[in-house]
Ligand binder design. Structure first.
Ligand code: SAM
Ligand code: DTB
Ligand code: SF4
Length: 340
């Protein structure tokens, strides 16, 4: 099968590799219900129309401002409302960010993502973060930041500074959102995404699986992403990391079956054929075999490095070993391509 105009029919659903933004809840639910082999086949077929199936993009995270966040996201160790024993710190000095970015670059990361626990940044914070973005870009990596809500003017300033990606997750369905966060609305989230898109910054937007949401919430979560005016360029799919002290820490019965997580990856790939689908938080709980299946289902990006923002991630050398066993190639920065 070649050429992106082709379609395949599975369970009464036509799947094509052309991006569409008119997905219905019924069609997305039907994709989730497919026999797993059919779903994985369709996802891998779509994946191959747009991507090298054996390439993985690697992004490294750094928490540049940790904790004391006024928001109440029930999953998050950084909310000021929960006792999580976190080591908090204000915005890091530029030199520390530069050192961390340079280490990430040396380990092979091509994107450096800086996260700050803000509801919304102040303009004076944005000034300092702009210097960090320039440092990351000067090192030859793509830059990404996640700072909470942004005004149109702040988004424009970040775009002018050369920011490549802005991460802002919708996290779950609109219906379930209010169960998880009371200090902002889904509409607030969509507004910032619009400001980022209008500024010409690439959008990184995904969510979390395993917060007690239903299958229907996962359907609506992915449908929201796939029916935005443009698909997010990058879609992080996190499995909830249960951090002691957060309200969601104790609800282990909400853990989703690993095949349900896999289905979420595969459906994301089918709905957003040209987006990077990223295996994000939660990988320390995944077996190598589970990760291999996720790559087969269309995941083509990971958070790489021993730490996420505040919690553990698989060791970088473990990831490299797994890539090697699977014949996967981490994407290299343009100036690292050998001229030999
Ligand atoms: N404050 C900013 C915001 O909320 O957009 C940026 C930082 S926030 C930590 C970035 C994302 O990390 C959240 O939207 C959520 O999807 C994810 N996240 C946070 N805590 C998590 C956890 N315990 N498990 C999985 N994902 C988590
Ligand atoms: C995203 O979707 N996941 C990353 C990144 N975007 C910023 C963050 C995961 C955080 C997991 C919990 C922690 O380490 O604090
Ligand atoms: Fe704050 Fe972001 Fe954590 Fe919510 S997810 S508490 S906004 S840092």
């Amino acid at each position: 099968m070649s050429g992106i105009n082709q379609q395949i029919e599975l369970g009464g659903i036509m799947v094509s590799a052309e991006p569409r933004t008119d997905w219905t809840s019924e069609a997305v639910a039907k994709l989730f219900e497919l026999p797993l082999n059919d779903l994985l086949f369709a996802a891998q077929w779509v994946h191959r129309q747009h991507f090298d199936p054996n390439a993985v993009q690697v992004s490294t995270l750094l928490s540049i401002k940790t904790g004391r966040c006024p928001e109440d996201c029930a999953y998050c160790p950084q909310s000021v409302r929960f006792e999580t024993g976190l080591e908090v710190h204000d915005l890091m000095p530029l030199e520390e960010v530069q050192q961390a970015a340079s280490n990430a670059r040396a380990q092979g990361a091509t994107r450096f993502c800086m996260g700050a626990a803000y509801r919304r940044p102040k303009d004076k914070d944005v000034d300092k973060i702009i210097a960090m973005i320039k440092t990351v870009n000067d090192l030859g990596m793509e830059s990404c930041v996640t700072l909470g809500m942004l005004t149109p003017a702040q988004a424009d300033r970040l775009a002018e500074a050369g920011l490549d990606f802005y991460n802002h997750n919708v996290d779950t369905s609109e219906k379930y959102y209010a169960e998880i966060i009371s200090t902002r609305t889904y509409a607030d989230r969509l507004e910032t995404l619009e400001n980022v898109r209008n500024a010409g910054i690439k959008v990184c937007c995904g969510g979390i699986v395993g917060m007690g949401e239903t299958r229907q919430d996962r359907v609506e979560f992915l449908r929201t992403l796939a029916t935005l005016p443009a698909h997010p360029d990058s879609v992080p799919i996190n499995q909830l990391v249960r951090v002691a002290g957060t309200p969601l820490a104790v609800a282990e019965s909400d853990d989703v079956d690993t095949f349900e997580f896999l289905r979420t990856i595969a459906v994301a790939r089918i709905l957003m054929p040209q987006s990077q689908v990223r295996l994000s938080a939660g990988r320390t709980e995944f077996s190598d075999e589970m990760q291999a299946l996720c790559y087969f289902a269309g995941a083509n990006s990971v958070f790489y490095g021993d730490k996420l923002l505040t919690t553990d991630n698989p060791e970088a050398n473990e990831d490299l070993k797994l890539f090697d066993r699977l014949g996967l190639e981490p994407e290299v920065a343009p100036d690292q391509v050998s001229s030999a």
